[in-house]
Write a protein that binds this ligand. Structure first.
Ligand SMILES: *Cc1c(COP(=O)(O)O)cnc(C)c1O
Length: 394
């Protein structure tokens, strides 16, 4: 046994989250793609079966009340809240991340004061956020300013209405400084919108503590909600009464069953709703969130950093010098829960890795991306993954 594989055994033995692995359906593949689609929690299939057969099949329309379907978007929002540092009553679940980015960006511009006509967007953003910001700008009479997150400060000024930033960069895994960027945005008098797709469920966010205005996040990545599970929208409590959604629907009406022709928004988190919630995937997500019972996000973060550190250590030890280069920051304060390695023939290398049971993903043009979900990835997995990688590139 190599020194690193012995270390892996010791680290796994000392890992208090290791016992959670049995709550997921996993085979002997090393799954390092939970930042794209989280693994299946074992509680989900039985719950979905019950929702379909009993709640829908037998109770039918009664389930909107009796099975708690109507209130699911806020109930599940309250389940996600502690994972992102939010008190209850500020998060609603529903629609895709893309749709929630739209609600949040237009809502943010409408919250910003008169005379503010610029939307500042992370130039390195996941494409959907940029496309939507561009359209939101056209609709609100704003212009978009695309700025690298490191250069946001000088771009802020009296014209800035809203700033849309990613907490963790989906490609490089860089973690941006949410507390200090949020306060810089506030000092400029603008509204801060954070995209938490790659941080929710992976590291502490502290939405309330840092005074974030609006946030959106994905539930099928580190929250393991399943393919296309609905996203979430956070609107800080003291902004809820002024939040003016660009997608007012009957579900966000103060009296949805009054069927009134005039729109009057509901108060609180329900104001972020649009239409009928996607109940099947929403209740699959609710079952998936049960694995978080009693799990602290600080523990998750500590393990995540230990996993990515160990991965980089194994890469340095096993992979021939110069063959790959990490584009993920080495400082803990700047690192999310993934490692991205630049590699000349990355597409082919990932294809061969997957064929040998190590699943990460490839991102254009030359990035090997490995995501580490602390709930089910262990140190032995990491050592094995890098051993296989070294064989493939060697
Ligand atoms: C994953 C991801 C999305 C996904 O949006 P969908 O509407 O669910 O397809 C959006 N933004 C970021 C930053 C992401 O990482």
């Amino acid at each position: 046994m190599s020194e690193l594989s012995m270390r892996a055994v010791e680290l796994d033995a000392a890992d208090e989250l290791a016992k959670l692995r049995t709550q997921f359906v996993l085979d002997d593949v090393v799954y390092l793609d939970g930042n794209s689609l989280g693994a299946l929690p074992a509680a989900v299939p039985g719950r979905v079966e019950d929702v379909v057969r009993r709640q829908w099949g037998e109770l039918r329309i009664r389930s909107w009340e009796e099975s708690g379907w109507w209130t699911a978007p806020e109930r599940i929002g309250d389940r996600i809240a502690p994972l992102v540092g939010a008190a209850a009553g500020q998060i609603v679940v529903g629609d895709s991340t893309s749709v929630n980015v739209f609600k949040a960006v237009v809502g943010a511009v409408r919250l910003a004061g008169e005379g503010r006509d610029e939307i500042v967007v992370d130039a390195t953003t996941f494409p959907t956020d940029g496309y939507i910001a561009e359209s939101a700008a056209r609709m609100t009479g704003c212009t978009v300013r695309a700025v690298a997150p490191g250069d946001i400060r000088p771009a802020l000024g009296p014209r800035t209405a809203a700033v849309l930033l990613n907490h963790v960069d989906y490609r490089t895994g860089r973690l941006h400084d949410l507390p200090s960027l949020t306060s810089a945005i506030h000092e400029a008098g603008a509204v801060a919108v954070w995209d938490l797709c790659h941080s929710a469920g992976a590291l502490p966010v502290g939405l309330d503590e840092h005074g974030v205005d609006l946030a959106v996040g994905c539930t099928y990545k580190y929250l393991n909600g399943g393919p296309g599970s609905p996203a979430f929208l956070y609107v800080r409590r003291d902004l809820q009464d002024r939040f003016d959604s660009p997608l007012p629907g009957w579900n966000s009406h103060v009296d949805p069953f009054g069927m009134r022709s005039e729109y009057e928004p509901a108060g609180g988190a329900p104001r972020g709703r649009v239409g009928t919630p996607d109940i099947l995937s929403m209740l699959a997500l609710e079952a998936a969130l049960e694995v978080w019972e009693g799990v602290s996000i600080a523990t998750v973060r500590a393990k995540s950093l230990a996993l990515t550190d160990f991965f980089l250590e194994c890469v340095a030890a096993y992979v021939p010098e110069g063959r790959v280069e990490s584009v993920t920051p080495s400082a803990h304060a700047d690192r999310g829960s993934q490692v991205a390695l630049r590699c000349d023939d990355a597409r082919e290398v990932m294809r061969r890795l997957i064929a040998q049971g190590v699943v990460g993903d490839f991102r254009e043009p030359d990035i090997l991306r490995f995501g580490f979900t602390p709930l089910y990835v262990g140190f032995g997995d990491v050592e094995r993954a890098v051993r296989v990688l070294a064989g493939v590139v060697g």
